[in-house]
Design a protein around this ligand. Structure first.
Ligand SMILES: C[S@@+](CC[C@H](N)C(=O)[O-])C[C@H]1O[C@@H](n2cnc3c(N)ncnc32)[C@H](O)[C@@H]1O
Ligand SMILES: [Zn+2]
Length: 280
């Protein structure tokens, strides 16, 4: 049986489970929703009333991912974790969205103790259909987990946070970070923009500060076959391009019945360095 890594978002004391409630010794308590997730996002840690991805974005992402378009990526992440971590590792998916990668990792590694966290309530409501994973609504910056409680953190197209990641990782713990590579979704971007510039990927490795060591990086690329207009709009709905569409681009996309594109990702494996010894 695993001990819980949850800490109280108000006072940082450990949270203990009492039936459907999590409670700290200072009597702050948080109800577990009947779907199984727990809301640990404090009002002062929200920048808006409904932070993170909205229901429409969550639904697009769910349809697109469930159709299996990014299955190759999910399998690669799962295999990398399986190869590098102990069979009973505790893993946090930070900014897990509707939980696709979290559940793929959990399925492929049944001994893992998996936690999915997102600031978006609709995302976590959708994620909670996957069982045997501990879901919570919270901000990664104020991750409600004890110090040194995780073997690894997965971050797929989500913001990384050096301070929080460093705090909750065990010494030697790893971050598996996935980002778009410079030529990700070129065909889709050519439909949207007159001039398509490659993404600047030179800063990826500095997203986490020098308390982390990059020990491996790789490129993963595969063909994407979007068989209908719905799939194109679902993909679009998952990207920041959706907010930048001109009317012309929107019309062009509406008239595109199917699209052949390429998914191009970078996967980075960074390890938390051991603490430096204090000088005598
Ligand atoms: C691009 S999506 C990626 C979701 C998921 N990893 C995937 O690839 O399907 C980024 C996610 O980060 C979440 N997010 C944004 N700010 C966050 C924060 N401060 N803490 C936790 N999650 C956050 C959003 O709600 C959204 O679900
Ligand atoms: Zn408390």
């Amino acid at each position: 049986m695993f001990t819980s890594p949850y800490i109280c978002p108000v006072c940082d004391l450990p949270l203990q489970s009492h039936r459907s409630t999590l409670r700290c010794a200072a009597e702050h308590s948080f109800d577990r929703h009947k779907k199984g997730y727990i809301n640990l996002l404090l009002a002062q840690n929200k920048k808006s009333t409904a932070p993170g991805d909205d229901v429409m974005m969550v639904q697009s992402r769910r349809r697109f991912l469930e159709a299996g378009h990014y299955q190759t990526l999910a399998e690669r992440i799962s295999a990398q974790l399986a190869a590098q971590l102990p069979a009973d590792a505790r893993v946090w998916d930070a900014g897990c969205g509707e939980g696709y990668y979290t559940q793929k990792v959990a399925q492929a590694n049944p001994g893992f103790d998996c936690y999915g966290l997102d600031i978006s309530k609709p995302a976590i409501v959708a994620a909670s259909k996957y069982k045997n994973i501990q879901w919570s609504v919270a901000s990664s910056t104020h991750a409600p987990y004890a110090d040194a409680s995780f073997d690894a953190i997965v971050s797929v197209f989500s913001r990384v946070d050096s301070e929080a990641f460093h705090r909750v990782l065990k010494s030697g713990g790893a971050v598996c970070m996935v980002t778009p590579d410079f030529d990700h979704l070129m065909a889709l971007r050519q439909l949207i923009y007159q001039q398509v510039r490659p993404y600047d990927v030179s800063k990826h490795q500095t997203y986490l500060d020098d308390r982390f060591e990059l020990v491996h990086d790789e490129r993963l690329t595969f063909a994407l076959d979007l068989p209908n207009n719905q799939a194109i709009f679902d993909l679009l709905g998952m990207t920041p391009h959706a907010h930048r569409l001109s009317h012309e681009a929107q019309d062009r996309l509406k008239q595109t019945p199917a699209l052949q594109d390429r998914a191009c990702f970078k996967l980075y494996w960074l390890v938390k360095k051991p603490a430096a010894e204090a000088p005598l």
